[in-house]
Ligand binder design. Structure first.
Ligand SMILES: Nc1ncnc2c1ncn2[C@@H]1O[C@H](COP(=O)(O)OP(=O)(O)O)[C@@H](O)[C@H]1O
Ligand SMILES: [Mg+2]
Ligand SMILES: [Zn+2]
Length: 464
């Protein structure tokens, strides 16, 4: 799993259950127990516990977790901090980022593209906002601290989120935290952790074998004259919490070792496959293109830089490129009866060509009274109509050329021909301007999708 991290998210809607203590100390234990394992920690909360704990005095840190969420590669944001733990500095600006985080899988993708290895630990805010949700779905393991019945009750919201998305809930593990071992009960449930564990089991929640005891020593670690936060490993080694963290870290390492491919790794593969499919689709579109300009009949490979327009029929059966000049000349003739020897041809052609280079030209022939009528329109790229002209296609039905429209007839016959010399009923032809330096770009997934969106809008307007 080189370059794909195993992600652990610590989450609970309740504050004060020990999330941050668990996240930070787990990072330290993992690193201490396996020196060569990269461990990185980051927080979606707006306090700076992580920074206070891991930052070396005077360490220069510029970018934060905010930059990660804006799309910067995680590996470039990690600082090696104290105890050998890597951290991404916290940010107070995450509140505004919600808007961009509409999708629940964005962080999974960012982890897949992070370039990080080893373990990433994510501490979250005490709510289930979109960032927390992203952190939940990105995780190979979600640790949910519970300290009492209300926090146990709250777990159901996390489980419900996984149900809604149809994600396997086996990554979710509860862990009893801040357990006061002095509290004893009579009867079957002799203490708090046994009671919480029994309730969890009753609801079908998986619970970790280890719990974390409440310890005054641990509580005191973030209150001291230096304003520092000390780790349990270095400052509370003789407490039972130390042994419990050792157990938890061991448990995490076991599941890391038995996970052949982390979620980020699987997601990266899925992304690559999607990318391959896009490439294939692009290739297939390229292969479906006509080899010649349907107006002049010349092969398009000879002067490829002249390809200025892309045409596609509404039924997608025919598509290809047209020479810039061929299409402009054709429009001059068709719309205004102008040929190169007409008066003021040059000036008129410039205007017509400029307009065609900005608009989507639509040619919709219709059969009427045994002949054909042309409905010509121009739309802007949003599908808003700007121009319309009707004219008769004289002689077209009979297969005769009328000189002025010869080129148009060729184009229509080649692209819209149907059965027995008739045109395909209801089909029309759209001609899009393309970038002559890279006409094929129009066949990219995104461009191609936009074309079909605007075709749908045009189709609605033609039908009226
Ligand atoms: N095992 C523990 N024993 C005693 N106090 C603890 C323990 N773990 C955490 N605390 C204290 O409980 C408070 C809340 O812990 P914290 O980790 O910040 O929770 P959260 O991140 O869920 O809000 C802090 O003051 C912390 O020092
Ligand atoms: Mg916290
Ligand atoms: Zn041509």
């Amino acid at each position: 799993m080189q370059n794909y991290p195993y992600v652990i998210t610590i989450s609970s809607e309740k504050g004060g259950v020990g999330k941050t203590t668990l996240a930070t100390n787990l990072a330290i234990y993992l690193k201490a127990m396996r020196e060569d394992l990269p461990v990185t920690i980051l927080s979606f909360d707006n306090h700076f516990t992580i920074d206070r704990m891991f930052e070396f005095k005077g360490q220069k840190t510029g970018k934060t977790v905010n930059d990660l969420l804006m799309g910067e590669k995680a590996a470039s944001l990690v600082h090696t901090g104290q105890y050998g733990v890597g951290y991404i500095p916290s940010s107070t600006e995450l509140g505004e980022i919600h808007e961009r985080f509409k999708g629940p899988m964005t962080l999974t993708r960012l982890m897949a593209e992070s370039g990080l290895s080893g373990i990433v630990i994510i501490d979250t805010r005490p709510d289930l906002n979109i960032l927390t949700q992203n952190a939940l779905y990105a995780a190979d393991r979600v640790l949910i601290p519970i300290k009492d019945m209300p926090s146990l009750d709250n777990c159901k919201n996390i489980f419900a989120l996984f149900d809604q998305r149809g994600i396997d809930k086996k990554s979710l593990v509860l862990i009893p935290c801040l357990i006061d071992s002095r509290i004893k009960f009579d009867g079957m449930f002799k203490d708090l952790k046994t009671l919480l564990r029994a309730f969890a089991a009753n609801r079908g929640y998986r619970c970790m074998d280890t719990h974390i005891s409440k310890s005054p020593k641990v509580e005191s670690l973030n209150t001291n004259p230096d304003g520092k936060i000390y780790p349990i490993l270095t400052h509370a080694r003789w407490t039972e919490v130390h042994n419990q963290f050792t157990e938890i870290a061991r448990d995490v390492l076991r599941s890391l070792d038995t996970t052949p491919e982390s979620r980020s790794c699987l997601y990266a593969r899925w992304l690559a496959e999607k990318e391959d499919k896009k490439k294939e689709a692009f290739q297939a579109r390229l292969e479906g293109l006509a080899e010649r300009c349907l107006i002049c009949g010349a092969s398009l490979t000879e002067q490829p830089q002249e390809r200025g327009f892309y045409y596609e029929t509404s039924d997608r059966a025919s598509r290809g490129f047209l020479h810039s000049d061929c299409f402009a000349d054709m429009l001059c003739a068709t719309l205004y009866g102008m040929t190169s020897d007409s008066q003021a041809f040059g000036a008129a052609r410039i205007v017509i060509a400029e307009k065609a280079a900005k608009m989507i030209s639509v040619l919709a022939p219709r059969s009427a009274d045994g002949g054909y009528q042309m409905d010509f329109r121009q739309f802007d790229i949003a599908g808003q109509q700007h121009f319309q002209k009707d004219f008769a296609l004289t002689g077209f039905a009979e297969g005769e050329f009328d000189r002025i429209n010869d080129r148009l007839y060729l184009l229509l016959n080649e692209s819209l021909a149907g059965y027995e010399g008739k045109l395909r009923e209801g089909s029309w032809l759209a001609v899009h301007p393309v970038d002559t330096r890279n006409p094929e770009m129009v066949l990219n997934d995104e461009c191609y999708r936009t074309i079909h969106q605007v075709h749908a809008r045009i189709g609605e307007q033609l039908a009226i």
